[in-house]
Ligand binder design. Structure first.
Ligand code: BGC
Length: 500
């Protein structure tokens, strides 16, 4: 990040999602000096993005432990159970799609407030739902809120943060997602006894309330103020974030960038010149999901039950530590390594590790015979223990590779004038793929058994490995302009794909 950070201080995209590092250099601005950040406002922005990540993560994780109680109380079948599990993701996809224009119209800050209010309302509807269908409505609302926040919060943070801190902000977001998932598992573990699924789901209103409280005293992003012609407020916001610094150049850069972005638009996103980064980003976004991460996250308890962890408490405990904690810890690895070793090595090692561990998980289920999800064999078994270890390897491999690195790549392969919309397209593809997996995982297990399903995910790990090896250029240490130029230079791409 250093090179980019030192050089670029300005803006982001044309109304979509986070851009982790600056892009002002494309319009030839002078070098901006490195600055010490002293603003308490920046800290508050960090809190906002962390809370948005927590919302995302908590809702990814919490349903895993709530399913059994819901199933008991409403006696729902497999399909409805999958709907309750996965429609949060469908809502999130819709939320992500509308969030771009909402954030342009209302501003980033107000959009986050809207997201949080939707989210709080959804969580309360879930907690009080008299039947399965009202529960589905609550899940959809929560999902919509998560989706809107997942676009607006990183966008807001990226636009308020100095460029040199933008990358860290994105990592913070992924870290908060994993902490949210861990918190959800912890809530599941504490509340497994006595069907307290309503508390598990309702509790998620709390980070929603905190998000509103955290953002109310903050200004909107200077980038948005520039977009709507409020130059004084833009200046004020910049000065709040970096007190005592002359912001004239930075403001000018934003205004120039804004003029350039106006020439972007949807047609430019799909222009042949940018097809290659678009295909790269969408393919990685989809493969991040088709390799099975959320099947494990959503259905962890059920997988452990089928692997021989008999009591709900032992299932929750296995899920909490083997999935939740490992996910958090291994994400720190990516933060440390992504700029040191590069994107390609992490993706290659990670997808290989994920593939091998999934083959082992599949083999264990094959050995255990016909046990299907939700019908536990009695008592923990050697097979169950091996499954546990293999799942730990899987989660750790994902957390230092496909988890954060895919988001990093999505946010750095596009030129500034199409970045927002293009990132939104890739993000929506990610949500849609996540929905497909969550919706059809249990049906897939019924159709081709657990073993077949895990081997299918392993197959997608192989596809990821081959795709990265053959098509994904190394972007480590390159400025965004260098990445932009790369796409138009076939020999440079070849060198970036196989440097030796
Ligand atoms: C993925 C989520 C996933 C999470 C797990 C994120 O990068 O986009 O779908 O639940 O990682 O940590």
């Amino acid at each position: 990040m250093g090179e980019i950070d030192a050089r670029l201080e300005a803006g982001t995209d044309g109304g979509g999602v986070t851009v982790p590092s600056g892009s002002g250099g494309t319009i030839g601005t002078p070098e901006a000096p490195r600055r010490r950040v002293t603003g308490i406002y920046l800290l508050a922005v960090g809190v906002v993005i962390m809370l948005a990540g927590l919302l995302f993560g908590y809702d990814q994780g919490v349903i895993s432990g709530a399913l059994t109680g819901i199933q008991k109380q409403f006696s729902v079948g497999t399909f409805l159970l999958e709907v309750i599990t996965s429609w949060v993701t469908l809502g999130a996809m819709a939320g992500a799609l509308v969030a771009g224009s909402l954030a342009d119209r209302l501003g980033r800050r107000l959009t986050i407030v809207v997201a949080a209010v939707l989210f709080i309302a959804g969580a309360l509807i879930e907690a009080l739902a008299p039947g399965a269908y009202v529960l589905v409505v609550g899940r959809l609302l929560v999902g919509f809120g998560v989706g809107v926040a997942s676009v607006a919060a990183p966008l807001y943070a990226a636009e308020l943060a100095p460029a040199r801190l933008r990358g860290r902000m994105v990592s913070l977001y992924q870290l908060a997602i994993t902490i949210g998932i861990f918190a959800a598992y912890f809530a599941d573990y504490l509340l497994t006894d006595g069907n307290r699924w309503r508390v598990m789901l309702g509790i998620s209103a709390i980070p929603g309330v905190l998000l509103v409280l955290a953002i109310v005293p903050l200004p909107d992003s200077p980038r948005w103020y520039v977009k709507v012609g409020r130059h004084e407020q833009a200046k004020g916001a910049l000065q709040k974030v970096e007190p005592g610094v002359d912001v004239t150049d930075e403001l000018q850069t934003m205004e120039d960038l804004n003029a350039k972005e106006a020439a972007g638009g949807w047609r430019a996103v799909f222009a042949p010149a940018w097809r290659r980064p678009l295909v790269t980003a969408i393919t990685l976004a989809v493969l991040q999901q088709f390799t099975g991460i959320n099947a494990i996250i959503y259905y962890a308890d059920k997988i452990f039950a089928a692997a021989g962890f008999a009591s709900p408490a032992s299932q929750s405990l296995a899920t909490l530590w083997a999935i939740g904690a490992v996910n958090v810890v291994a994400t720190f690895g990516a933060v440390a390594w992504v700029d040191r070793f590069g994107r390609r090595p992490l993706l290659l090692i990670g997808s290989a590790g994920m593939g091998v561990s999934l083959i082992v998980v599949g083999a264990m289920f094959e050995r255990m015979g016909t046990a299907s999800a939700g019908h536990a064999p009695s008592g923990a078994t050697t097979n169950g223990t091996i499954t546990l270890v293999a799942l730990i390897v899987f989660i750790a491999s994902f957390a230092f590779s496909l988890g954060p690195v895919v988001w990093t790549i999505i946010n750095e392969v596009f030129p500034s004038h199409i970045r927002g919309r293009a990132v939104a397209v890739a993000t929506a593809a990610n949500w849609f793929a996540a929905w497909l997996v969550a919706q059809f995982f249990l049906s897939l297990v019924d159709l081709i058994t657990e073993a077949g399903t895990f081997w299918l995910f392993a197959g997608f790990c192989a596809v990821t490995f081959i795709f990265v090896r053959r098509f994904v250029p190394e972007t480590k240490g390159k400025s965004l302009e260098e990445v932009e130029v790369l796409w138009g230079d076939p020999s440079a791409i070849r060198r970036a794909i196989s440097p030796h």
